[in-house]
Design a protein around this ligand. Structure first.
Ligand SMILES: [Ca+2]
Length: 218
C-alpha cells in the first residue's frame, strides 16, 4: 500500500463528518489535479491512479475540497514513520503460571502491544473491558462495521474480522481474533502481541484503550 492511498483514505475518513455537502462557491481543483499538481501532495510521491480508484466517484469532489482546505493539517498528520508505534508492557513476569492472571491496557493507536510469552498448547481466557475509538466510531473489543468503513475492508490487517476487533498474534504472525471475551488454545509458542484491527497507516486517528485480562487456565 502506497503513501498516497493512506493519505487519501485518511483524508476521506477525516472528512466523513467534517465535510458536508455544500454549494460550491469557489472552483475547487479535482482530486486528480490536486494530487498531480499541488506540491503539498505531489511531494509525497503519490501513485495517483491506484489511490483515486479506491474513492467512490461521488465522494471525489468533496474529498478534493476537504483536502484543499485542510492541506496544512493533513501534511502534519501524515507521518509514515509514526504509523507503526509499538509498546512493550512492563509486566511483573513474562509468563503466567497456571491460574494466574494479568491485566493491562491495549491502546488503539499502537500497531503492536507486546505482552506475555506463551507456550504451544496452553489455554488462556481473554476478557476485554472498555471502549476505544476509530476517528468517530466508538466500539468495544468486539469491533464494529458500517457501510462507510466497509468501503475500505480490503485494507484491514486481519481480513474477515470487524474493524477494531481485538486481534492477537504470536511473534507478530498467525493472527487470531480475540474480541471481548474468548478462550483460546495457543497454536504455537512465542510472544503474545495484540492490536485493534485497523488498516496499516490509519492508527493516527485512533483513540483510547481497552483493559485486557489474560488468565492461563491450562
Ligand atoms: Ca483508524
Amino acid at each position: 500500500m502506497k503513501n498516497t492511498t493512506y493519505l487519501i483514505l485518511f483524508a476521506l475518513l477525516l472528512s466523513v463528518n467534517a465535510c458536508q455537502k455544500q454549494e460550491l462557491q469557489v472552483e475547487y481543483p479535482s482530486l486528480e489535479e490536486l494530487l498531480y499538481k499541488d506540491k503539498a501532495f505531489s511531494a509525497l510521491e503519490l501513485e495517483v491512479n491506484t489511490a483515486v480508484q479506491k474513492i467512490p466517484v461521488e465522494e471525489r469532489g468533496n474529498l478534493a475540497q476537504f483536502m484543499f482546505e485542510n492541506k496544512a493539517e493533513l501534511e502534519k498528520l501524515y507521518q509514515p514513520e509514526a504509523q507503526k508505534v509499538e509498546s512493550s508492557l512492563n509486566l511483573k513476569s513474562n509468563t503466567l503460571a497456571l491460574g494466574e492472571s494479568t491485566t493491562f491496557a491495549v491502546y488503539a493507536n499502537d500497531y503492536w502491544t507486546n505482552s506475555i510469552e506463551v507456550q504451544q498448547g496452553e489455554i488462556y481466557t481473554f476478557s476485554a473491558e472498555g471502549t476505544w475509538t476509530d476517528l468517530v466510531f466508538t466500539t468495544d473489543a468486539d469491533g464494529y462495521t458500517n457501510w462507510y468503513i466497509s468501503l475500505f475492508d480490503g485494507l484491514k490487517r486481519m481480513q474477515g474480522e470487524d474493524w477494531f476487533k481485538l486481534i492477537g498474534a504470536i511473534d507478530k504472525n498467525n493472527l487470531f481474533p480475540i474480541g471481548k471475551s474468548n478462550t483460546l488454545t495457543m497454536s504455537q509458542s512465542g510472544q503474545l502481541n495484540l492490536f485493534a484491527n485497523d488498516a496499516n497507516g490509519f492508527y493516527l486517528n485512533n483513540f483510547g484503550h481497552i483493559h485486557l485480562t489474560v488468565t492461563r487456565i491450562q
